[in-house]
Design a protein around this ligand. Structure first.
Ligand SMILES: [Zn+2]
Length: 196
């Protein structure tokens, strides 16, 4: 602890400087959960393919409509409503349909739009597609083609200048140190827009 700051400020303002002396061992890079894809194209390459009946049996009605029929949940599906808009715990965000890892907690930020916002995605985990009317860019789980939401660029909300606006219904959350079996699923059961 340095002597210049009260204890409450130490964590924020007095982090020890990196020791860059030649004798110090190299700092270990943070573990990466990224799954780099050997392919960079955005062609449809879903590897998890199920019928509507199979998805319907697996998912809640709201999640089925959002993930498989491109519906949109209302804004403000918070923890109190079974969603994730205001959840910032440490862990991994996975696809509610196929379980593919999509985002890490470091990528989630409080964008204030009413839906979970991410400033980046795990490499190769999602693909993009222009909406039918050409106005927005849809973002989908690359593994199962599940609808996640939309991606917006140029808003200058983050250094990445990118915001993935994702439905809580499309996500499940694996807390840090837990496994897929411990995943917290979205339990929102209210109405959604579209998907009929
Ligand atoms: Zn998926």
């Amino acid at each position: 602890m340095c002597a210049c700051c009260p204890p409450s400020l130490v964590a924020a303002s007095c982090r020890p400087r990196l020791d860059l002396s030649p004798t110090s061992p190299p700092a270990n890079p943070p573990p990466s959960r990224a799954r780099p894809s050997p392919l960079r194209c955005t062609l449809k390459m879903a590897t998890v393919v199920k019928s509507d009946e199979e998805w319907r049996a697996q998912l809640t009605p709201a999640t089925f409509k959002v993930l498989r029929k491109k519906a949109t949940e209302p804004r403000g599906v918070t923890l109190a409503k079974g969603g994730f808009d205001d959840m910032f715990d440490e862990g991994t965000w996975v696809c509610a349909g196929c379980g593919a890892a999509l985002y890490t907690h470091e990528m989630k930020f409080d964008c204030g739009c009413g839906w979970p916002g991410f400033k980046a995605n795990i490499a190769g985990a999602v693909r993009e597609e222009t909406d039918a009317d050409g106005s927005r860019c849809e973002v989908l789980c690359k593994a199962c083609d599940g609808h996640l939401g939309h991606v917006f660029r140029g808003e200058r909300m983050t250094p990445e200048n990118e915001r993935h606006c994702v439905n809580s219904c499309s996500l499940a959350f694996i807390p840090e140190g837990k496994t897929a079996e411990d995943a917290i699923r979205c339990t929102y059961s209210g109405s959604v827009y579209g998907g009929d």
